[in-house]
Design a protein around this ligand. Structure first.
Ligand code: 4NP
Length: 151
C-alpha cells in the first residue's frame, strides 16, 4: 500500500491539514492510502493541531482534532514512498536526514504538484489570523487533489 508523509516545521499547522485533506480525499475515492504527518522540529510533540487548523478543517467537513504532533525520524525515509514538504527550508532539513540518493528522490515540495517546478512554499500561517489558514487550506486542497488524481 502507498504511504505518504506530510512534513512542515511544527506539525501543528500546515502538515496536519495536508494529512487530513489527503486522507479525506482517499477515503472518498476508496483509495487505500496510509497518510501521516510530522514536523522537522520537536517543540510540539504530542500536541493536537493548532486550533485554527482544526477549525478551518472543520469548516470544510474534515476532523483533524485527533492528530498528535511528532518529529520526523530517519526511519520515515525508509518507511514512506513519498514525503511532501511544505517549504524549501523543510526540504533542506529533511534532506539532512537522508542516507542515500533514492531517499532524496522521495522528498517533494507539495506545491510543485500544482505548478510543476515552481518551487513555491506553503506560507507558514502560525503568526497569521484565520485568513492565513484559509489560504493555506485552499493551497493544500488543490495540491492534494492533484496527488489523488495521479494515483
Ligand atoms: P507549522 O507552523 O510548521 O505549519 O506547524 C508552525 C508551528 C509552530 C511554530 C512554527 C511554525 N513554532 O515556532 O512554534
Amino acid at each position: 500500500m502507498r504511504k505518504i508523509l506530510m512534513v512542515c516545521l511544527g506539525n501543528i499547522c500546515r502538515s496536519p491539514l495536508a494529512h487530513g485533506i489527503l486522507s479525506h480525499k482517499a477515503k472518498e475515492k476508496k483509495i487505500n492510502l496510509i497518510v501521516d504527518s510530522a514536523g522537522t522540529g520537536n517543540w510540539h510533540t504530542g500536541n493536537k493541531p493548532d486550533s485554527r487548523s482544526i477549525n478551518i478543517a472543520k469548516k470544510f467537513g474534515i476532523d483533524i482534532s485527533n492528530q498528535k504532533a511528532r518529529q520526523i525520524t530517519k526511519d520515515d525515509l525508509f518507511e514512506y514512498d513519498l514525503i511532501y514538504v511544505m517549504d524549501t527550508q523543510n526540504k533542506r532539513d529533511v534532506y539532512k536526514l537522508c542516507t542515500n540518493e533514492s531517499q532524496k528522490l522521495k522528498v517533494k515540495l507539495i506545491l510543485n504538484e500544482v505548478n510543476v517546478d515552481s518551487n513555491n512554499s506553503v506560507p507558514d500561517p502560525y503568526y497569521d489570523e484565520i485568513d492565513g489558514f484559509e489560504e493555506v487550506y485552499k493551497l493544500l486542497n488543490e495540491a492534494c487533489q492533484k496527488i489523488i488524481d495521479k494515483i
